[in-house]
Design a protein around this ligand. Structure first.
Ligand code: C2E
Ligand code: CA
Ligand code: CA
Length: 759
């Protein structure tokens, strides 16, 4: 009655069987109530120790064991077994000799091996062969020392495919501490591993071309460098930047651009040797590492291959695209033991130098290049600092309307008030600016300041324009129109029409579509445009027609020489006529003397700017200058040059030009200069004389011309016979006579009656 009801029946049945002699021993486990009231497990082991003659039991002896603890352990084991069977992780148990004694269902699921197939065998059957002896050696060493190991390992499935697993091995020891069993617990992490590998690939390879990216390039470069050192070989780093790739993007779209990059990448990869690396650090830049060279010269044919590959036309979207590449090369080892990134920078610098030379150029890095590059860098820094320190100032030079005798505007010209070097002109620092962002910032400062000054002058009642020079880099920056809009909005007192942006024609040609868009966007804000230095580039007239221009500026180099160089005079005349044809204002810059004014007026140019009127001056001087200035009346009345008079203008320029030529012949003693006869000279004067043979003015001019020709013949004769003393004397005479002739011509040209000048 002390026994647990669940166990009592079985115990009683056993007892009955034993008493009857059916079983030799009595051994039963059952729960009995402890005096304190709870149940405990006991084991009863016993037998009948004496029987009567009839075989009936007389004495029963036995022992009671407390097995409560064991029972509890067994219960735990049962749970463990259930975990073992149903775990999602693979479990493998071996004996001390590493023979597999058990595996679970997940093991079978992961490895593909059935339980029967592996029992009794060693875990080596799962090996993928990816790990070497040392790997396993280290693993078992750790297990014997610490009793456990965990890590990632590649194994092979029954079907031959490899899988990655995270594996924990632990040792089960016996009471004396000897290994009894090893339990391996593992999870399949192949998917995770693959994902990780994909991430790594993404981190190291460029997704567009599949080439190594900047990060992997750095690794490879360091490896190649240490290999070159070890093997005592040379290696080259080749920086390649495609020429005008932007045009491909702009004209054919970005998808086409991507295709071009992909094809170029393939070609580069194909053109190199197995051991070389080609990477794409970004944009349209590629870097090749060429190793195992015996000499630097060996690199040339490899580079040629790269060049040839790129130069073959690339077909994208039915267009044959021609791509060029600028190449910069640096070598290793070299003096100074540069680091990998320095070597790369050197090649990049050489590439920059190649770009400077033009398309498809090649440049090798040298130490001098390093120095100039550093200097350039220092200049950028210095200029940026100057901008922050407010060391720049704007000077203004007035622009005159000769016909109206009025000031129409002022041109803003930047100066640098350098703390040590004094006032510097733009030529001393603008050409050094290479950083596009710096150019844009400086340009923004100029516009800001000019608008500020303009506002002040407007308030003071002055009514003129401010012209501001805008560089190509500034203008073509995409944010230019937006910035300008903000700048204008910040100065509501200024009418946008008062701002005239001067752009040089060459900058408009760099990227015609972009230039068009941007100028139109700005024009939409009310701002006007002038084409600066006109005549120095090669403008397409078609392009000119489409730009929203107000003004053409004749470059001062042409104006300066127009009265002594017939070619320059021809250009000045052509620009004036072009402006008239397109309905644009024409402004001549660099007007230095009265002669310029007369000639320009006669050719039909109304607007002028130059030292003759005023030099550039600080902003605060402008109001004072405006008040005191007036145009001499003589200049106002210069008559227009009527047809025919043009020949006289050219005649004057030709005479001056001829004088220079003769001076040269005499000065160089005839040695270098072939002594030509005067007869082949292009003579506008002759043309005029032919056309006005009946004019009263004709006679004296004709006479003077004949005398001049005679003197010239004598002069040349002296040179031919090497009488240079006499030649020099003849030159003085020639110059006097030429001057007299010029005076006659000019008088005629400037006081001419229409009758005399009509063709
Ligand atoms: P530019 O636009 O052709 O400017 C006219 C230049 O001619 C100015 O030189 C001016 O001082 C000079 N000049 C004016 N009249 C005469 C004259 O009668 N005879 C001679 N020989 N020269 C005369 P500056 O100020 O040295 O400027 C040089 C160039 O620097 C400018 O040429 C312009 O291209 C550029 N520049 C000046 N300021 C700026 C600016 O704020 N931004 C940008 N992007 N460029 C500027
Ligand atoms: Ca200008
Ligand atoms: Ca100019």
């Amino acid at each position: 009655e002390q026994a647990h009801p669940e166990d009592a029946k079985a115990a009683m049945a056993q007892l009955a069987a034993h008493l009857k002699g059916e079983i030799p021993h009595l051994e039963t486990e059952l729960r009995i109530r402890h005096p304190k009231g709870h149940w405990i497990w006991i084991l009863i082991r016993g037998r009948v120790s004496r029987r009567d003659s009839g075989g009936r039991a007389e004495l029963l002896s036995g022992i009671l064991f407390d097995i409560d603890e064991r029972k509890q352990a067994e219960a735990e084991l049962r749970t463990a077994a259930s975990v073992f069977t149903h775990s999602g992780e693979g479990i493998l148990i071996t004996d001390a000799d590493l023979k597999i004694v058990d595996v679970n269902e997940a093991f079978t699921h992961i490895t593909g091996y059935a339980r029967e197939e592996v029992i009794g065998r060693k875990p080596g059957i799962l090996s993928s062969g990816r790990h070497d002896r040392t790997f396993y050696g280290a693993m078992w060493e750790e297990i014997s020392e610490t009793g456990a190991w965990s890590g990632e390992i590649w194994n092979r499935r029954r079907d031959g495919s490899d899988y990655a697993q995270r594996l924990t091995i632990s040792t089960v020891r016996d009471a004396w501490g000897q290994p009894l069993q090893y339990v391996g617990l593992f999870a399949d992490i192949t998917a995770q591993k693959n994902y990780q590998r994909e991430l790594e690939r993404m981190a190291h390879y460029d997704s567009l071309t599949g080439l190594p990216n900047r990060i992997l390039l750095g690794d490879r470069l360091s490896q190649a460098m240490s290999m070159a050192r070890r093997n005592n070989e040379r290696m080259a780093v080749v920086y390649m930047d495609l020429d005008d790739f932007k045009l491909v993007n702009d004209q054919l779209g970005h998808q086409a651009g991507d295709q071009v990059l992909r094809q170029v990448a393939q070609r580069f990869a194909g053109a190199l040797r197995e051991t070389d690396t080609v990477a794409r650090p970004g944009g349209d830049e590629f870097v090749a590492i060429l190793n195992g060279l015996d000499s630097d010269g060996q690199v040339r044919p490899l580079l040629q291959r790269l060049l040839d590959e790129v130069n073959r036309p690339i077909v994208v979207a039915d267009n044959a695209v021609e791509v060029g590449v600028s190449i910069g090369v640096s070598f290793y080892p070299q003096a100074g033991q540069p680091e990998a990134d320095q070597l790369l920078r050197q090649a990049d610098q050489a590439m920059f130098e190649a770009k400077r030379k033009g398309r498809n150029e090649l440049c090798y890095f040298d130490a001098e290049m390093e120095q100039t590059a550093r200097k350039r860098h220092d200049h950028q820094q210095r200029i940026r600092a100057a901008l922050l320190a407010n060391e720049f100032v704007l000077y203004y030079q007035p622009q005159i309307d000769l016909e109206q005798a009025a000031v129409i505007g002022v041109e803003a010209l930047i100066r640098w008030q350098h703390p040590e070097q004094g006032l510097l002109g733009p030529g001393a620092f603008l050409p050094l600016i290479e950083d596009v962002a710096l150019a844009a910032d400086l340009g923004q400062w100029v516009i800001d300041r000019a608008l500020q000054d303009l506002e002040r002058w407007s308030e003071a009642g002055f009514d003129f324009e401010v012209a501001v020079n805008v560089s190509a880099a500034e203008l073509l920056a995409s944010e230019f129109p937006a910035r300008l809009r903000e700048q204008l909005a910040a100065r509501p007192g200024v009418a946008p029409e008062r701002l005239l942006l001067e752009v040089v024609e060459t900058s408009m040609l760099e990227d015609v579509t972009r230039a068009n868009e941007i100028t139109h966007a700005c024009h939409g804000l009310g701002v006007n445009f002038a084409l600066d230095d006109f005549g120095t580039g090669f403008s397409s007239l078609n392009h000119l027609k489409h730009l929203p221009l107000k003004q053409l500026k004749i470059d001062r180099s042409f104006v300066l020489d127009m009265m002594s160089d017939p070619d320059d005079l021809a250009i000045v005349e052509a620009v004036i006529n072009l402006g008239r044809a397109f309905g644009l204002e024409v402004l001549a810059e660099g007007v230095e003397n009265e002669e310029h004014v007369t000639a320009l007026r006669q050719l039909g140019c109304r607007l002028a700017q130059g030292y003759l009127f005023a030099k550039p001056m600080p902003a605060e001087k402008i109001p004072e200058w405006m008040q005191s200035w007036c145009l001499p009346s003589a200049w106002r009345e210069t008559p227009r040059l009527v047809a025919g008079g043009r020949w006289l203008l050219f005649a004057e320029a030709e005479l001056r030009c001829r004088r220079r030529r003769l001076q040269k012949i005499v000065a160089e003693a005839g040695a270098q200069c072939p002594v030509d006869s005067g007869s082949d000279r292009r003579s506008s004067l002759n043309t005029w004389l032919d056309k006005h043979a009946d004019s009263v003015h004709c006679e004296p001019i004709s006479q003077a011309d004949i005398m001049l020709r005679e003197t010239e013949q004598q002069l040349l004769q002296c040179c031919r016979t090497q009488q240079y003393q006499r030649a020099a004397g003849a030159l003085v005479e020639w110059s006097d006579q030429a001057e007299q002739l010029i005076t006659l011509i000019r008088k005629l040209r400037c006081t001419a009656h229409d009758s005399a000048l009509r063709p």
